[in-house]
Design a protein around this ligand. Structure first.
Ligand code: AVJ
Length: 322
């Protein structure tokens, strides 16, 4: 597979975001996209196998069960692109269905290089597929794919795994509108959304007893140590999963166990933590099935079909650009 790597200075942007997020008076915060370096992507892969975390398996069950139905609703020649492909495992069923119909190009867009390599390994055995991986941010990658599109081709965009949930609701609307502005009427977006569920179930899903989610979260500090030369003592921070009822989200934080001072040379900051002060590292918003229809309408799409998993409430939504 071809992988087009990022031309820009990634470490510089990381340093800037770390400085901006930690060098503030109120709630310290780090963007959740930085959880996914090579170690973080591998840890998320393990999370997706945990019995307490049913999200990824529900997503995959729906895609497998309804692959031909989904593909039948997208007519003509298509270019398939995926925002954040990860290992690419759950995309197999859709790609096989498309490739049975005709030769299909697949453009995974992913900021993790190792995930792109895994994705190629996972999917290149499919007949009549051509894979071009783009090591890019979502919208940059999507613009590039849109530029490759042939005259008669439709774009079929996958945004699976409820990654949309990492945006707060307003930012989610903004993001989907931006995606829509790159598409043509008749193009489609398959959007995976995790649905609301009981508090105990959410807390177990984001704070598993094995500590994999804790490791996934703490790795963000490890990454700052590795890439920016910081001296975080990981033993002095604890993983916290917290419900935000108002936002209808689960938040992950890293709680400082004591007063401590950390220096981050490449970001040119020294950061002080009070006892129990937290760094907010991720939000996972949960949706009601009905609100997706509204979300689609607000962002220039129409939600044509919704498939819901019964075992782990999760919805696969087919949005068509109007
Ligand atoms: C892959 C972003 C959907 O928010 O549930 C898993 C990431 N964080 N456990 C999520 C995650 C903690 C996951 N997403």
């Amino acid at each position: 597979m071809l992988i087009r790597a990022i031309p820009s200075n990634v470490t510089y942007e990381f340093a800037e975001d770390v400085r901006a997020g930690l060098n503030v008076p109120g709630q310290k915060e780090l963007p959740s996209k930085y959880l996914y370096d090579d170690v973080g992507s591998a840890l998320f892969e393990v999370i997706s196998h945990l019995p307490q975390y049913g999200l990824t398996r529900a997503d995959e069950r729906l895609l497998r069960r309804h692959a031909s139905d989904i593909v039948d609703r997208v007519s003509g020649p298509v270019a398939v692109t995926e925002l954040g492909s990860g290992s690419g495992k759950k995309t197999r069923w859709l790609l096989e269905a498309f490739c049975r119909r005709q030769r299909t190009s697949y453009y995974p867009i992913e900021i993790s290089h190792s995930a792109l390599v895994m994705c190629k390994r996972e999917l290149s055995d499919i007949d009549a597929i051509s894979i071009v991986g783009l090591e890019r941010e979502y919208l940059d990658g999507l613009l590039e794919v849109a530029a490759y599109r042939k005259r008669d081709q439709r774009l079929f965009v996958l945004f699976l795994g409820s990654t949309i949930g990492n945006f707060d609701r307003a930012a989610g609307v903004k993001f989907l509108s931006a995606v829509r502005s790159i598409l043509e009427p008749g193009d489609s977006l398959l959007l995976g959304t995790d649905l609301e569920k009981p508090s105990w179930q959410l807390l177990q899903a984001y704070d598993d007893e094995l500590g994999v989610t804790a490791a996934f979260n703490l790795n963000l500090l490890g990454r700052i140590n590795r890439q920016l030369g910081a001296d975080f003592d990981l033993a002095q921070f604890a993983h916290v999963a917290r419900l935000n009822h108002e936002a209808r989200s689960v938040e992950m934080h890293l709680r400082s166990k004591r007063r401590q001072v950390v220096s981050i040379p490449a970001a040119e900051v020294v950061v002080e933590f009070q006892p129990d002060e937290t760094i907010w590292t991720e939000s996972s918003h949960k949706y009601s099935a009905g609100e997706i229809f509204q979300l689609a309408q607000q962002t220039g799409f129409r939600c044509e079909v919704q498939w819901i998993d019964q075992q782990w409430p999760f919805a696969e939504n087919l949005l068509v650009a109007e």
